[in-house]
Design a protein around this ligand. Sequence first.
Ligand code: KG4
Ligand code: ZN
Length: 351
Amino acid sequence: MRVLGIETSCDESAVALWDGGVRACRTQSQIPMHAVFGGVVPELASREHLRVLPALVEQTLAEAGLGAADVDLIAVTRGPGLLGALLVGVAFAKAMAVAVDRPILGIDHLQAHLMAAFVDQDPVFPAVGLLVSGGHTALYAMHDVDRMELLGRTLDDAAGEAFDKIAKLLNLPYPGGAYLDALAQRGSVSRPFLPRPFLDNDHCDFSFSGLKTAAGIWIRDHGISPLEYSTFDATAVPAAVCDLCAEVNQAVVDTLVEKTRRALVRFPEARALVVAGGVAANTAVRAACAALACEYGLAFFVPPLAYCGDNGAMVAFLGHLLGTRGYRHDLSFEAIPRGRRIPHDVLRTSS
Ligand code: KG4
Ligand code: ZN
């Protein structure tokens, strides 16, 4: 099945073509545009998706040596994400589905992130899935590709948001997660000095806003000034800042590992641990989750770095897996913003 995947939930316009493997995958990042504002400006994101999406789809099809009529299914991210940004992708996909008379499938962005870990191999179920990105942090019992049960989610900031906001306090380039991670490699911590947030409970939900506040207080109390530079140079960053970054990394990792441990206890059927999303690119997160999987005797899956952040391949791949099982949407399905539950409105034809 040839599936065109379209992703516009946040600040990456991304398209991919799946045909027994990823045949073409294109991403046009808006990061330079939003960096000026230090964060994603939703209205600008929507306009930029609208501007670049038609050419991106054309280029992706051309790279795969196909025309629009060769596509069997159009898969598009329907949420959660920024509503205006999602609407651009969904409206485009619906229009294309009508124009070429092909079926359409709305894709859950978070489930697509998780499935990115399996793009190059057969998925392993049941699994526990930890999704850590800039907008979301969630734990799933992944029973099957069409049955993912939410075990816990962040009640405020996502893990990536905490990284980015702390990085912003230090005036690291935007988005700061990867820069903070790079500086963490140069730092060391002998004794924890930041909280491991929201562990004093028995559930799998997360809360990262307190970590950002604690880091802000530590920065103020230790007289750390925002970094000044014209070109970022990790070697010129003071040791205290690198130590702080190492501690932030460790605080996030300890929290993710503890909550994932709880998820593994709640879902003992799991045969695998899957970690995905932009923050799955983090060195410490990858290493700690691999060690956790090993401790529980589980197979460990994490996407290649290219598929950790938002991309079209994960949408096309999940579209392929669900599409071959006969799942479809009619043209009435809606885009769902962050904070609203994705309705179970999918239709199933014979597979
Ligand atoms: O999955 P993604 O592209 O966006 C959402 O769907 O939200 O994730 C982007 C997030 C950003 O917050 C970015 O700072 C973070 O992933 N990130 C990292 C690293 N690389 C990207 N955070 C920590 N360490 C990294 N190495
Ligand atoms: Zn994402």
